[in-house]
Design a protein. Structure first.
Length: 126
């Protein structure tokens, strides 16, 4: 598996985002992230699409929001194989919401991302 995070892996479709934001989807909190997901049919060959969001209320400056998003994308990019290896025929749309009030270090985010992806795989039953 290549450790990339391409445009096709990013969730950009407003229709899919609206489907994901319905309150009927499962979600859980592992600080500093809130994860929610939905099984959905994607393009052939796609396993998952991800939406990453950081609150403008907690991070007023765009430079801080962008830094947090870059850290999250990097941790996801390096650990997505935990999710992809276990998803056989299932396809997901995934929302990662950062809720901490300050920027945490990379190592902490990486450890939490690993735990979270493993929890998603266990809850999906893949």
């Amino acid at each position: 598996m290549r450790f990339t995070f391409t445009k096709s892996e990013r969730l950009c479709s407003q229709i899919l985002i609206d489907a994901l934001m319905q309150r009927t989807n499962p979600s859980f909190l592992i600080f500093p992230f809130v994860f929610s997901w939905k099984e959905h049919t994607l393009a052939p060959g796609m396993k998952a699409q991800v939406l990453i969001s950081v609150s403008k209320k907690k991070f007023k400056k765009a430079v801080d929001r962008n830094k947090v998003k870059r850290l999250i994308r990097e941790t996801y990019r390096l650990n997505k194989h935990l999710l992809y290896d276990r998803l056989e025929k299932k396809q997901l749309i995934l929302h990662i919401n950062y809720i901490a009030a300050k920027i945490l270090d990379y190592n902490t985010l990486d450890q939490v991302m690993v735990k979270s992806l493993e929890k998603i795989v266990n809850e999906i039953g893949a």
